[in-house]
Design a binder for this molecule. Structure first.
Ligand code: UTP
Length: 290
């Protein structure tokens, strides 16, 4: 079965990028000239996704506005002959069927995904974390969807992280199937001691889930940080049915962290058709003074 639906949780408080995220959703932080969430929606579309549910909350209406028409702006662009920009602005509204729902309390990523039950129905679905931008020729979500079609099980986007970083992520028990594809049979969110570390592989930014996850989420107690953790729900899925890990290709930028925001901006700016050359020269200039 093909994966046609995606859920983008974007209801977090974004405390790591305050004060920028105080009144603006961190998912709207720009990478040069596009907000992070647009890159994520574009990745979903390139992966064959047709329907997208974005989980928002109070104060995140900027996200809805970004994917909506903007009549005043459009008529101004049309009147001044800025046809290329007009097309770009209108095309954003046609990327996919985009739906919104509010997570009424910020109870964690697992709880946010649980809000998608009605939208998902009885189909597999992709989850793209709203603050993880992944850029590459082969879209990360598509890599996971291919694995879902091959194995028929939930799929995790995984990467190896530094040992010093594993304590703030999840840690997975994995066995290689081939190349970058693994069986995953166990996981723990935010290991606290060395003997809790199952491997340095962690779930980063993407997964494909089966609808049985919703009953599991409903029965998942708050975990690390007092939040209902998606990892804890996926732990049950991995233990009972097994899951697949895909060590996906692409550059990942954590737009929920200050360093990630800057890395994304610099790398995308260097390749940008309008400013790439000028920015490279500027960067060389300051780099020589460091
Ligand atoms: P994060 O843990 O990175 O988001 O969740 P956060 O809570 O905003 O992070 P802090 O405050 O900087 O530590 C990953 C994704 O899940 C969403 C976030 O918006 C982010 O895209 N999320 C998280 C929700 O939608 N709801 C929640 O209750 C928590």
């Amino acid at each position: 079965m093909k994966v046609k639906k995606a859920v983008i949780p974007a209801a977090g408080l974004g405390t790591r990028v305050l004060p920028a995220s105080k009144s603006m959703p961190k998912e709207m932080l720009p990478i040069v000239d596009k907000p992070a969430i647009q890159y994520i929606v574009e990745e979903a579309v390139k992966s064959g996704i047709e329907d997208i549910l974005i989980i928002t909350n109070r104060g995140k209406h900027d996200i809805e506005d970004h994917f909506d028409r903007s009549p005043e702006l459009e008529s101004r662009l049309a009147a001044s002959g800025k046809d290329k920009m007009l097309k770009e602005v209108v095309d954003i509204t046609k990327l996919a069927n985009i739906y919104f729902i509010r997570q009424k309390e910020t109870k964690g990523l697992g709880h946010a995904v649980g809000c998608a039950r009605g939208f998902v129905g009885n189909e597999p679905f992709a989850v793209l974390y709203g603050d993880d931008v992944i850029l590459g020729d082969d879209p990360a979500t598509l890599q996971l969807c291919r694995a879902y079609e091959e194995f028929g099980k939930g799929v995790l986007g995984i990467r190896e992280v530094e040992k010093s970083a594993i304590y703030k992520y999840s840690s997975l028990k994995v066995d290689k199937i081939r190349d970058n594809i693994y069986n995953c049979t166990d996981m723990i969110e935010k290991p606290q001691t060395d003997d809790q570390i199952l491997s340095l592989f962690s779930i980063l930014g993407r997964c494909v889930l089966t609808p049985d996850i919703f009953d599991i989420i409903d029965n998942t107690a708050p975990g690390a940080g007092g939040e209902i953790q998606l990892t804890d729900a996926m732990h049950t899925l991995a233990k009972t049915k097994g899951m697949i890990g895909v060590d996906y290709t692409g550059r990942r930028y954590d737009m929920g962290s200050k360093l990630g925001v800057m890395q994304a901006s610099v790398e995308v700016a260097l390749k940008h058709p309008d400013i790439g050359e000028d920015f490279k020269n500027y960067l060389k200039g300051i780099a020589s003074e460091l």
